[in-house]
Design a protein around this ligand. Sequence first.
Ligand code: ATP
Ligand code: MG
Length: 214
Amino acid sequence: MAVNENTRLPNKHSLYLAKSGYGKTQTLRRRSGIPERGARVVLWDNNKDHEAHRFNRLSDFFRALAAANRSGKGFRIAYTGEAAPHLFELWAQGVWSILDGNRLTYCLIEEYSDCCRGPGILDYSKEKYHRRLWTQGRKYGGVIHTTSQRPQLISKDSLGNAGEIWAGRMDTSAAERVGKEIDTPWREIMACNVGEFFHKTEKETQKEQVFTPI
Ligand SMILES: Nc1ncnc2c1ncn2[C@@H]1O[C@H](COP(=O)(O)OP(=O)(O)OP(=O)(O)O)[C@@H](O)[C@H]1O
Ligand SMILES: [Mg+2]
């Protein structure tokens, strides 16, 4: 169970949204603010985009996560097996069990649309822990950083609860949905080049050149 609730923790949940190859993973690496050393990082990383101790089976991942949590030190532990909403619910339950309001736990989720049954509100009866990560994780030190190529398919809980959104090049239906959330015309989102993102914070939305592609 998540322990030590702390309602004063800020909302740092972040979404990185753009079509393939437009710089979500690069932006997450450069701008997520996850410390290089000593941080508690738990990953859902089916394409092995990030360095971590990797586990293809959830049972092995859970064992490693529990041991890492007991150690009291930082860790980077990734589930790299198959992606599906019912598997993500199990992953979320495992993550919920180690959250602690006295210590931040970064939850890094690649291609979040694979974890969602659809774009609506998460169904509490089927996706209790998935929903809890978005709605209550902040108070227990959870900081979610997640990417998606298909933001038209991701849960309403994620778009509604993200403190920050990075929106790069995407197609019309995706740009329409995200444009409403970040108060930016969809045509401007569709015109972003690789490395260019609209960055929405609690205060404002600004266009930024996050990196120049090599
Ligand atoms: N170290 C780097 N510095 C600058 N540009 C880079 C670097 N590594 C990759 N790129 C460029 O960034 C682009 C790919 O970015 P990235 O891998 O972040 O995309 P993505 O949005 O995560 O795609 P996908 O959804 O397929 O994972 C490519 O155009 C590549 O040339
Ligand atoms: Mg990527």
